[in-house]
Design a binder for this molecule. Sequence first.
Ligand code: SF4
Length: 306
Amino acid sequence: MMINTFKDLLDEMSSASCDKIYEFIENTEADFLEIKKDDFRLRVKKILDTMKNSVKAGLNSSAPSKSGLCGENTDILKKSFGFSEIEGNGIVSTSSGLGLLSPFQKRVALYTMSVIEENARMGKIAACPTAGSSGIVAGVLTALGDELNLSDEILINALITAGAVGEIISKKMALAGAVGGCQAECGAASSMAAAACTYILGGNNEQILNAASLALKNILGLTCDPVAGLVEVPCVKRNVFMAIHALVASELSMAGVVSKIPIDEVVDAMKETGDLMAGSLKESSEAGLARTKTALGIENILRQKM
Ligand code: SF4
């Protein structure tokens, strides 16, 4: 069975009389891999466990990355947001101060930052869909899990749903900054996280894919211009922004706000935008932020140091 578009997915689901994206994917993947459905879910659980462990590892470290460009931000957020005492799968907020973000959004920001800083330290993360965007789905999912006390089964369903979105986007273009700019990495991750979040909020398939579409279309044209060629600046903070972006897309979709452009057309537009984007803005560090005066200074210092 060839599923190249989201329309294909919905058509195939209809033919199979299956109304849940995760159920359809686990059935087809188990068939394709010639394994039992439970074994497929175990594979996904391993990814989920890696995500959870990367959150924990990141929360427990303030070590700088090898370049020294990041590593301190998780600790800064933890203190500023009033999170403390690692308990079980997560940490508890003792914050009572005012803030523009809700306690849940702060948790998402913190967990996302912890994973992506762990990535910068070369710790173990789940590339979802890439290492450079690994904080987004992991941050949103694990924060939802802790906040709502969700079972692994629900989180696995959500992760499979997110995976379906990433997989279908990848049929049109490689999910790599070098190919499509950061829209193809952090953008795709945000779209995946929006879908997962909407599944957890009880959204139907239309709302899930609408959330994915809303998230994706609002990052079209995002360039990949990492300072000194390292996946740290702007990547680390960008992950946090894109995790919150996913929450907005999900909330809009659940509220009934509909993307005028359906997701398949948004993916087509992303591919076209990526093709039109100059090579200098696709991970070559030859333009954009990577060529600012400060970035060049950082590059120079790192060259001498490393
Ligand atoms: S800016 Fe480039 S390297 Fe950094 S996360 Fe985005 S795609 Fe990856």
